[in-house]
Design a protein around this ligand. Structure first.
Ligand SMILES: Nc1ncnc2c1ncn2[C@@H]1O[C@H](COP(=O)(O)OP(=O)(O)OP(=O)(O)O)[C@@H](O)[C@H]1O
Ligand SMILES: [Mg+2]
Length: 284
């Protein structure tokens, strides 16, 4: 099984290498990168390309590792125990009826190999990755309530994404294969745009790409626009039927592009950009 990119997803050579290295090592693939550089989509595309079902676990600040394994639903059990029917009584006697399986359990017991996405692991607290060390390493865990060991039938392909909001513990990192998705170069970005907008007019696209790279190269930006911002912006340019002239200034100087709110997401960046435009206009 090898990943070679897909119709909808442009994977650079080093990204494909990383995915295949994780497959070979049978270790989780840890993907980091700026927001909107295609980390979540990578997991979806790898799963689709390898023909595996994808189980997704989206992490929040309140997510606990245990929730990925299983949870014991004591409230339902108590409620059933207060009902008088024979059926409920039988149900209550077996604790297994109140064990709710988490995504890891589902991934471990699936009949075919699956892909498992643990999305935005850096949102959880620092204990979260540490609590999953053994599960991700040995691919097994123990259910204390029923005294059973759940062991993976097939090792799932685990993809973990992080936006780098928190450092991950060393012991966790040791178990992963790491890949950083760099900001796409002009060539890669062009390919990504072609996948999303196959019919876009060449001159409009060229002007838009130039503007985008002008904006993103601006030193001191708080939030540099990434792939998904460019795609949003292009979508708007098409929807609003923005003419080519609006993107090109005759004197080759930078101008504030139309619908700039799709690219720059805070007032500091916007005023930085406007200042640059102003200075250029007055230096001529
Ligand atoms: N290499 C790529 N090929 C095709 N489309 C891409 C690529 N990279 C990003 N995109 C586009 O950018 C959008 C955002 O990607 P995605 O949601 O995977 O980003 P992310 O890295 O998970 O961001 P976040 O950290 O904010 O969750 C996708 O919906 C997709 O349309
Ligand atoms: Mg994401």
């Amino acid at each position: 099984m090898k990943f070679q990119g897909s119709e909808n997803y442009i994977a650079t050579q080093d990204l494909m290498l990383a995915v295949n290295a994780a497959l070979t090592l049978k270790r989780p693939l840890l993907v980091k990168g700026e927001p909107g550089t295609g980390k979540t989509m990578l997991a979806e595309e790898v799963a689709a390309a390898l023909g595996m079902p994808l189980l997704q676990w989206h992490i929040k600040s309140t997510t606990k590792a245990q929730q990925g394994l299983y949870e014991y639903d004591a409230v339902s059990r108590l409620r059933d125990s207060q009902l008088s029917g024979a059926e409920e009584a039988a149900r209550v006697r077996d604790i297994r009826n109140y064990i709710v399986k988490g995504v890891l359990w589902q991934a471990f017991t699936a009949d075919e190999p699956v892909a498992l996405l643990i999305d935005e692991i850096d949102k959880a607290d620092i204990e979260f990755p540490n609590d999953l060390l053994r599960e991700l390493d040995r691919m097994e865990f123990y259910v204390y309530e029923t005294r059973e060991l759940i062991r993976a039938k097939h090792r799932p392909l685990v993809v973990i994404t992080s936006n780098n909001e928190k450092e991950l513990p060393d012991a966790f990192l040791r178990r992963c294969f790491f890949h950083y998705i760099k900001f796409p170069d002009a060539d890669t970005m062009q390919k990504i745009v072609d996948v999303h907008f196959p019919g876009l007019k060449k001159d409009l696209l060229a002007a838009a790409m130039k503007t985008f790279f002008d904006v993103s190269k601006l030193p001191g930006l708080k939030k540099k626009p990434s792939t998904s911002e460019l795609l949003d912006w292009l979508k708007l340019l098409v929807a609003e039927d923005i003419p080519l002239e609006a993107l090109q200034s005759q004197d080759e100087k930078v101008a504030v592009p139309p619908l700039v709110g799709a690219l720059l997401k805070n007032e500091q960046d916007l005023s930085l950009f406007e200042k640059l435009v102003f200075m250029q206009r007055h230096n001529r």
